[in-house]
Every structure is written in structure tokens, then in C-alpha cells.
Design a protein around this ligand. Structure first.
Ligand code: PEP
Ligand code: MG
Length: 883
């Protein structure tokens, strides 16, 4: 960093494409200024200046202040006013502006330049003494809170909007400031500015900013820019006002200006939610020509930026000023409709439309919707600020919301209005309700940003923090009571109201069609029952990538049959027990083939160690103790006989449990090792699969069975199992006189299998990476126990995240890559998939897309996310290769 570096640049001279240097707000102001829009003049102090401030140990680096002073002089020249001057003074705002918008997370100070003399000058120039002193009061409050670090509640009074006696208020606040912090707001405008800029730099490392960044994954080293801008006033009477508008509705995506306007107010009043603003359409009635101009300018902004804009504006005595434009945060539904309609309008192309919807937003759309019935009690209705539905216990403070959530409860945060200090409570809560505020209040903006359901501005609702309750015209709800929030309709209900899966509309279907047209990877689902298969199919799965057959053995009477099979003393008895299981398996497979007609259905042979199907050792021991007690308490011979028989049975189970017990069951007798030792299990499952396929063929249903052998370490294991499967298929087809095409393949879940994939896959028709077990075995990290200590690894920065959620690219990913390359080297036609949990994780999909892999398979409700993530991965790959 050198002194000659340009740390300060006027809006009119800035290059609006340099977002990382100017921040989002600075880039928007530069862009609007260049496009000739009415923007109050000002300058941006760059993110590099902020970096230099931190490098210098939180002090202004050499030369920065001189550049700021020069920019102020230029601003004075441009406006013909003197900064903090005695007559009609130039006043400025200081606002943060990071590269990624962080609504409400960072600090702002307005009206810098006011002191007793310049306030008198402002009063004379505006002919409004009350206004001038009110402006000074606001400066002292903001400066006191942000620069002097005084607790805001000490500086705010309930009736401050009445502008009773601004001069007295300033005196009182200056005294409070001195008592609380040892200093007052300085009178020298330049001192005010210098300290305000430093305070905004400091707010980058404030708690709420850090929390927000960690939630949104924004790096700390991007730093914030600071924008210094000439003040314009929306609180100068009925011809003035301020508003926030979106070029489309950010909740629904519907085209047309949407937002609100607060007459005779400053922007901060809208954000603070202290007064409920009017819908923007009212502006057309109040000031038709201003409304018309606003529509024109916002249209121009949307065309220029080719995206939905979130615009702040102020009207000062009938003149419209544009204060900010940025890409609007939007809900999932809003994002999809907006993307589809913009593509249909020709503003963006279809690929861009696909890129505009993030997996997070799509996920939100798949969330439940509230389904009230005739008995549901409506507590209150308000403004639908962020859609979705959630139920939970009422908490009135952010800390309480966090504590209740940590204790395992679902929580609804209820406030009069929220402020940035409530952020951690909003993160913890399932939904947020405020009695005041509009759809652009802090609560609304932040909840929408998090995709969290939110209702604001609930008329008739009063929150009493002291009593820990809220009142509506018909009810009193106390802390801990359960309520349900519908952020789509803006309704708050008493108690727990059922929720249902959302309807996916035509815009969703259109976008997902485009998604499928873009992506390279196929997406299948992990499903083991007809209901899951149907859901997966509806959500766009192109087949089943993993049917875990063991899940079919846990239902109803089957577990008893399974236990009889495991307890069987010899092969004949085992064959009898298996024969009882077989028709159930056949029916299950038939249902899956029917649901996925024409699509592949990958059925994995039994995988878990057998003792998982038996009761636990302690459970059996307890039953035995009970039986022995009953024995000692009875003299009835018939009962004694019966109890003795039961004791015998339980003893046998206990013996078997002990025989099967293993020190490391995950590395023990499981996967294909079961099939090697009990070939009759493999044969039974294969018979069920092929019989089901034959039944389907006889009904004209196009079944595509793929039989998958799990946890293979040696090529010979796979070959042995494959031979059993093939022989069984031949028998079934012979008996039926019908043949159904099928495939036999294997899983790669062990490092040895990945490293010898050329041997193992030489005779396979497909292979699927079981990245759950592969992570467990590659890292030597138990998938069942690691959650206890992994968080401390993440906190200590040893690993970035849970490797069972996001693929460990350097280790497990390398094994997947080696396995893919080796298997394809001997078998170029092999179908290769990934069926571990990573198949539904956007970051992992991005990595998988870069390998020669054909499909991913994930749980049914992740299928749309996986499809979209696969499309994004393709787009990013294409962008990188053309760059
Ligand atoms: C895997 O190990 O990744 C896998 C898909 O199988 P499971 O999770 O059933 O062990
Ligand atoms: Mg596995």
C-alpha cells in the first residue's frame, strides 16, 4: 500500500464495474451517476482503504484523511456550499457499503456537519427551525450510538417523532453522551467526519456483521467501502418523503413496481419500522409526476443491470433523488418467477435464468405451507413479509430465542420491531413476527434474506416485554405458548397448525425444464419404498440410484421373519425363513419398478451387520430378568412351562447377539461379506428382484433392474456375488419363460476398492461411489460418532466443515477421481454414479461435475436442489473454460 494509492473516488469519476473496490452501494451510486440519474453528489472511500485501516491497526493510514479532505473540498465546489458552514451548510451522510449487501448489519451516520451554528444556518435556509434541530438531534443520536458506542436505548425516547423541542433534546442528548462516554459530539464537522468514517470501518468487525458473514459465507477479508454523500431530506414537510421500492415484487416475483413510501420522513424511519409506510401506489396519488419519474428511472435501472433492483429514494420538496440501487434479495418463489419472466421478456437468456436461482432459494420453495382448517384460531394478521410456514414457542428476546432453540425447541421470535442486535435471535428462530414495521423494515429484509418466514406490521397487536406476553384484540399469548406463522398470507395462528408440502407452480416447472436442459449430470434418488420413489419421481428423479434393501426389513412382521432367518440354526432353516421374506421383497421391488417404469432402479443387496436386526443385548437381558422374576413368583405349572420356554428362546437370542457382536461393526461382517458367508441371502434377494421384473414385464411395465453389490474390497468378492446373481436370474427367467435385461454392478466405498477399481470394475456394468462409507474409511472417522467432536475441529479451523456433508475433495475426492479414472480405463462404457449424501450437496456436486461421473443420487426431497446444483456446476464449468 502506498500513499499515492487512490483510496477516495467521486461517484462521477468511479468505474462502476469495480465492485470489489467500491462495494455494492458505491458501484450502484457510480452507475446511477454515470447514467445521468438524479443522485446527490458524493464520493466512495474504497475497500482497499478499509483494508489499509486494519493493516495500520485500526487507524487511518497515512494520506487517507488528506484524500478525504480533498474530496470534501470538491464536493463543496460542486454544491456551492460549505461543509458544516454557517449558511445553508453542506451536510453529509456516511454509509458503509460492502461488496455483498449486508442489510442492517453495518453502520450509518447522517447529518454530519451540524453544530449549533450550522443548525441555525440550516434553519434559516429551510425556514424550518424545528426541522433543523430535529436533524441535529438525529446526528447526536446516531453519532452517540455508532461513534461513541453508547447503548441506543439511552439515546432514544418514545415521543421523539413529535419534534417537540429539538434544541432541548440536543442539549439533553449531549449531556447523556458526555455522561455515558466521557465525550460529546464534536462541533468541528471534519472531526465528526473523520471519526464517523473510522466507526464505519470498525463496524466491519462488529459482532452482528461477523455473525451475518459467517451465516452467508462472506469472507472477512473483503472489507467495506464507505460512501460519503451530500444529504437530501425527506422530512421537510408534506411534499417530501422517502421510500424503498423493488422493480418487481421480491416475495412473488410479480412484475411491476412494489414497495412503500413514508411521507415526511427519512430513510432510517422506514428501516426502523417505527411508522408503517404507505404502499408505493399512494405516491401516484400524492405526487403523480414523482411517481411517474420513479417508474421511469427504476425501469431504466432494471434494464441496465438486467436484474430486479432494490432502490432507495428520497423526495425533497417535490424533487426525486435516487440514493441506492442494488440487486434485490428475493424469496425462492420471487427468484423463480422473476428469472422465468425476465427470460421470457428477453432481458436475460435461459441459462442466466437458471443461474439466477440459488439452491438455498429453491430449497425454501420446497418448504411446508400452513394449512389452517375451520377450527384454527387466527390471532392476528399483518403484512406477509417472507413466505413459508412455521410453528414454535413464543420468545420475546433474541437471547431467549437462542436459549430455547439450544434446548431443542422450535421458536418464534416476537418483537415490536427488530434491530440488528436481534440478529442472532432471528437466526435461531423458525419465524419472526413484529407488531410494527413495513415490508422493508429490518425484520422483513433480514428474514427474507435468510429465507425465513416473517409477518410484520400486525395491526392491533401489542407486545409487552415486561409481562412477557402479547395481546391481540381477541387473545393474550405468553412466552412459551405455541403459535404458527404463515408468512405467505401474513397470518399468525394460535397453537400448532398442520403444514403441507407446497404446490410447485408452472414457473417452477418451466425453470426446472431449463435446468435439465443445462445440466450434464443425471439425478437419481435414494429411495426404498413406493411413497419415496413417487415423491422422487415427481421431483424429477431419473431413476433410483440406491435402494437400501435393509430398510425393507424393518417394517411390521418382516422384522420377525428377518430375526428367524438370523437365528436359524442351519442352512435349511435359514432357507425356510428366507422363503417367507422373499414375497415381501418381490412386492416391494415390483412397486419400485412400476413407479420408475422405463428408468433404472439400482437395488443394493443387504448391507448392515446382521445384529442390527436383533434387539440390543441390554434389551434381551432385561427381558430375561423379567421372565426370571415372573418364574420365581408363580406356582402354576402351566405358566412355569410357558415361562421356561420363553427363557430358552430369549437365551438363544442373547447367545446369538453375543456371537454376532463386533468391536467395530462398521468395519465388520457387513456388505458383500454377508453375501459371501450366506450366499442364500444374495440368492433370495436376486430371486425377488428378477421375479418382480418378470411380473412387471408380464404387465407391460418396462423394469430396469440394476443389482448392486456393497462394500467390495476385492475383485473376487464381486465376481463371486455376480455369479450367484447371474445364476439366479437365469433360473427365474427360465421358469417364467420371460427375460428382462438387467445390470450387475458394485459400490466403491473402501479406499482399496477405489485404488483397484480397474480390477473390480473389469466385469461390472456400473459402479456407484458410496461416499458416506468412503469418507468414513478414508478418514478413519466414524460416521456415527464424529459429530461429537467435529464441531471443535471446525471451530479450530482444522477442517472447513463436516466431511460427511461436504465432500473432502483433497482426500475422498481424490479417491473418487482415481476410482473413476481406473474403472473407466478398463471399461469405457461403465455407468458411474455417486450415491452418498454428497450427491445432494451443492458444493460436492460442483466437484463431482468435474469428474467423469454420469449421475448423482440423493434423498427424494433434495432432487430439485441436486438438479439445480448440477446445472450451476455445468454453467460455471462452461464459464471457466471460455474465460
Ligand atoms: C455410502 O456409504 O455412501 C452409501 C450410500 O451407503 P450407506 O450410507 O447405506 O452406507
Ligand atoms: Mg455404504
Amino acid at each position: 500500500m502506498t500513499e499515492s494509492e487512490n483510496w477516495v473516488v467521486a461517484f462521477a469519476d468511479a468505474d462502476e464495474t469495480q465492485r470489489s473496490l467500491l462495494g455494492g452501494k458505491g458501484a450502484g451510486l457510480a452507475g446511477m451517476t454515470k447514467a445521468g440519474l438524479p443522485v446527490p453528489p458524493g464520493f466512495t472511500i474504497t475497500t482497499e482503504a478499509c483494508r489499509a485501516y486494519y493493516d495500520a491497526g485500526r487507524t487511518m493510514p497515512d494520506g487517507l484523511w488528506e484524500q478525504i479532505e480533498a474530496a470534501i473540498e470538491a464536493l463543496e465546489a460542486a454544491t456551492g456550499k460549505v461543509f458544516g458552514g454557517d449558511e445553508d451548510p453542506l451536510l453529509v451522510s456516511v454509509r458503509s457499503g460492502a461488496v455483498f449487501s449486508m442489510p442492517g448489519m453495518m453502520d450509518t451516520v447522517l447529518n454530519l456537519g451540524l453544530n449549533p451554528t450550522s443548525t441555525a444556518g440550516l434553519a434559516a435556509a429551510t425556514d424550518d427551525e424545528a426541522f433543523a434541530w430535529d436533524a441535529y438531534r438525529r446526528l447526536v443520536q446516531m453519532y452517540g450510538e455508532i461513534v461513541l458506542g453508547i447503548d441506543g436505548s439511552r439515546l432514544h425516547e418514545p415521543n421523539e417523532h413529535d419534534r417537540v423541542d429539538g434544541q432541548a433534546a440536543v442539549r439533553r442528548l449531549q449531556t447523556i453522551a458526555r455522561d455515558q462516554s466521557g465525550s460529546r459530539v464534536p462541533e468541528d464537522p471534519r472531526k465528526q467526519l473523520r471519526r464517523a468514517v473510522a466507526a464505519v470501518f470498525d463496524s466491519w468487525m462488529g459482532r452482528r456483521a461477523i455473525d451475518y458473514r459467517s451465516m452467508e459465507g462472506i469472507p472477512d477479508d473483503l472489507f467495506t467501502a464507505v460512501n460519503v454523500q451530500a444529504m437530501v431530506y425527506g422530512n421537510t414537510g408534506p411534499n417530501s418523503g422517502t421510500g424503498v421500492v423493488f422493480t418487481r415484487n421480491p416475495a412473488t416475483g410479480e412484475a411491476g413496481l412494489w414497495g412503500e413510501y413514508l411521507p415526511d420522513a427519512q430513510g432510517e424511519d422506514v428501516v426502523a419500522g417505527l411508522r408503517t409506510p404507505e404502499p408505493i401506489a399512494e405516491l401516484a396519488v400524492r405526487h403523480p409526476e414523482v411517481h411517474e419519474r420513479l417508474v421511469e428511472l427504476t425501469d431504466q435501472l432494471e434494464q441496465t443491470y438486467r436484474d430486479m433492483q432494490d432502490v432507495e429514494f428520497t423526495v425533497e420538496r417535490g424533487k426525486l433523488w435516487m440514493l441506492q440501487t442494488r440487486a434485490a434479495k428475493r424469496t425462492g418463489r420471487g427468484a423463480i418467477r422473476c428469472a422465468v419472466e425476465m427470460a421470457n421478456e428477453g432481458l436475460i437468456n435461459r441459462q442466466e435464468a437458471v443461474g439466477r436461482v440459488t439452491p438455498d432459494r429453491l430449497e425454501e420453495l420446497l418448504h411446508p405451507v400452513v394449512e389452517p382448517d375451520d377450527d384454527t384460531v387466527t390471532l392476528v394478521t399483518g403484512l406477509a413479509a417472507s413466505p413459508g410456514g412455521a410453528s414454535g414457542m413464543v420468545a420475546f428476546t433474541a437471547d431467549e430465542a437462542v436459549a430455547l432453540t439450544e434446548a431443542g425447541n422450535d421458536v418464534i421470535l416476537v418483537r415490536t420491531e427488530t434491530s440488528p442486535d436481534d440478529f442472532h435471535g432471528m437466526v435461531a428462530a423458525q419465524a419472526v413476527v413484529t407488531s410494527r414495521g413495513g415490508v422493508t423494515s429490518h425484520a422483513a429484509v433480514v428474514a427474507r434474506g435468510m429465507g425465513k418466514c416473517c409477518v410484520v406490521g400486525c395491526e392491533g397487536m401489542t407486545v409487552d416485554y415486561g409481562e412477557q406476553l402479547f395481546r391481540t384484540p381477541t387473545a393474550v399469548v405468553t412466552a412459551g405458548d405455541v403459535i404458527t406463522v404463515d408468512g405467505t398470507s401474513g397470518t399468525v395462528y394460535a397453537g400448532l397448525v398442520p403444514t403441507a408440502e407446497p404446490e410447485l407452480d408452472e414457473d417452477y416447472e418451466t425453470l426446472m425444464d431449463w435446468v435439465d436442459g443445462v445440466k450434464r449430470l443425471d439425478v437419481r434418488a435414494n429411495a426404498d419404498n413406493p411413497a419415496d420413489a413417487a415423491a422422487a419421481h415427481r421431483l424429477g428423479a431419473r431413476g433410483i440410484g440406491l435402494c437400501r434393501t435393509e430398510h425393507m426389513f424393518f417394517e411390521g412382521e418382516r422384522i420377525e421373519e428377518m430375526r428367524r432367518m438370523i437365528m436359524a440354526p442351519n442352512t435349511v432353516a435359514r432357507a425356510e425363513a428366507l422363503a417367507e421374506l422373499e414375497p415381501h421383497q418381490t412386492a416391494d421391488f415390483e412397486a419400485l419398478f412400476t413407479e420408475m417404469a422405463g428408468l433404472p432402479v439400482t437395488i443394493r443387496l443387504l448391507d448392515p451387520p446382521l445384529h442390527e436386526f436383533l434387539p440390543s443385548r441390554s434389551e434381551v437381558a432385561e427381558t430375561l430378568t423379567d421372565l426370571k422374576l415372573r418364574l420365581s413368583g408363580t406356582g402354576n405349572l402351566a405358566e412355569i412351562d410357558h415361562i421356561l420356554h420363553e427363557i430358552n428362546e430369549q437365551q438363544e437370542i442373547l447367545d446369538q447377539v453375543e456371537r454376532l457382536s463386533e468391536s467395530n461393526p462398521m468395519l465388520g461382517h457387513r456388505g458383500c461379506r454377508l453375501g459371501v458367508d450366506y450366499p442364500e441371502i444374495t440368492a433370495m434377494q436376486a430371486r425377488a428382484i428378477f421375479t418382480a421384473a418378470v411380473h412387471c414385464a408380464e404387465k407391460g411395465i418396462d423394469a430396469h433392474p440394476e443389482v448392486m453389490v456393497p462394500l467390495v474390497a476385492f475383485a473376487a468378492e464381486f465376481r463371486q456375488q455376480r455369479d450367484i446373481i447371474r445364476a439366479t436370474a437365469a433360473e427365474v427367467f427360465d421358469d417364467a419363460g420371460v427375460e428382462v435385461p438387467y445390470h450387475i454392478g458394485t459400490m466403491i466405498e473402501l479406499p482399496r476398492a477405489a485404488l483397484t477399481a480397474d480390477e473390480i470394475c473389469a466385469d461390472a456394468e456400473f459402479v456407484s461411489f458410496g461416499t458416506n462409507d468412503l469418507t468414513q474409511t478414508a478418514l478413519g472417522l466414524s460416521r456415527d460418532d464424529s459429530s461429537r467432536f467435529l464441531p471443535s475441529y471446525v471451530r479450530a479451523g482444522i477442517i472447513d466443515g463436516d466431511p460427511f456433508q461436504h465432500l473432502d475433495e483433497a482426500g475422498v475426492g481424490a479417491l473418487v477421481e482415481i476410482g473413476t479414472t481406473k474403472s473407466r480405463s478398463v471399461n469405457p462404457d461403465l455407468t458411474v454414479g455417486v450415491c452418498g449424501e454428497h450427491g445432494g450437496d451443492p458444493a460436492s456436486i460442483q466437484f463431482i461435475n468435474g469428474l467423469a461421473i454420469d449421475y448423482i443420487s440423493c434423498s427424494p426431497y433434495r432432487v430439485p436442489i441436486a438438479r439445480l446444483s448440477a446445472a450451476h456446476a455445468t454453467l460455471e464449468h462452461e464459464a471457466a473454460s471460455t474465460a
